[in-house]
Design a protein. Structure first.
Length: 306
């Protein structure tokens, strides 16, 4: 293997079988019709009409919407008011959204537009609430798929190969995701992988005031790299470590490091060796064992470099 080995899941990987299968729910499940800073029927920038709430997370609420100008369905992400109170965050968010909007690849959810919507905070004061308008993907989150149990190894490899294709494209554009996790990966009805939320991660991580005020932790600690857990500089190899964590989870049905407290899980990323996947799922081959363990090397210089 070369001195700077690449993640060996590519065209020379044995072809995978069919897609994710017939268990798709036919779209993201709606969880309601109203949320802070938004609601059904509201129109942003005189153009984007919000319909049903289709997703809710710690950073944002996501609505199914319509671009009135182009007559197409879109997904509209409204950032939580707590993340919008700092002008520095809003600037970083806008800059990163603009970078993400320049990426056009079949494995990446397109960002069409970004802006700010006038809203009201909990105290009744004026608030500029950032939003992004994205490609609407009819499919399921990978986190919901893996929650049903481990995937067939061939299918796991097929999905991860597409994730790596998306990351290769973004890294060439000098954009590190920083928050690669199953909750940021969609699988379409025909099995296409779509990675989303490029750009948001850096806006949050570079705004220490916002993070401190909200108690938010960038990304999900299960998928942290050791360097993220230590608060060090991240690069493309950070995304590859997180992808290795996802591959481990797809193969075994569980994350390599777990715990009741985020700090405990972060410590494991720094100090504890992961289990060998085949000890949890005997269907995992020795080759895949070696790929996963190499990807999860604690030292980023010793793991896959691209």
């Amino acid at each position: 293997m070369s001195e700077t080995p690449t993640f060996p899941l590519s065209a020379d990987t044995p072809p995978a079988g069919s897609g994710v299968g017939g268990s798709s729910s036919g779209g993201t499940r709606a969880v309601g019709n109203s949320a802070a800073g938004g609601g059904s029927g509201r129109v942003l920038a005189g153009r984007y009409e919000l319909a049903s709430l289709i997703g809710r997370g710690g950073m944002a609420d996501v609505y199914l919407g319509t671009d009135r100008r182009l007559g197409r369905r879109v997904a509209i992400k409204l950032l939580k008011p707590a993340l919008a109170t700092d002008p520095k965050f809003r600037l970083l968010f806008r800059e990163e959204a603009q970078k993400a909007a320049r990426m056009a690849h079949p494995t990446i959810v397109r960002v069409f537009d970004a802006g700010e919507e006038s809203s009201v905070d909990d105290g009744g004061g004026a608030l500029a609430l950032p939003y992004i308008v994205m490609e609407y993907v009819d499919g399921r989150l990978l986190k919901d798929i893996v929650a049903e149990g481990p995937l067939d190894p061939t299918e796991a490899v097929r999905i991860i190969a597409q994730v790596l294709t998306a990351l290769e494209y973004s890294h060439r554009a000098l954009l590190v995701h920083r928050d690669v996790k199953p909750g940021n990966i969609m699988i379409t009805q025909n099995g296409q992988v779509k990675v989303m939320d490029f750009g948001i991660a850096r806006a949050v991580s570079d705004n220490s005031a916002t993070v401190a005020e909200t108690g938010a932790v960038l990304g999900t600690v299960r998928y942290f790299s050791p360097e993220q857990a230590r608060g060090e500089t991240v690069d493309a190899r950070t995304d590859l470590y997180s992808t290795g964590v996802i591959l481990f989870e797809l193969l075994t049905g569980r994350a390599p490091f777990r715990g009741e407290r985020a700090a405990a899980v972060a410590y494991q990323h720094i100090s504890e060796p992961p289990a060998t996947p085949s000890t949890i799922n005997p269907r995992v081959s020795p080759y895949l064992d070696s790929v996963v363990l190499h990807a999860l090397n604690k030292n980023k210089f010793d793991r896959y470099q691209s």
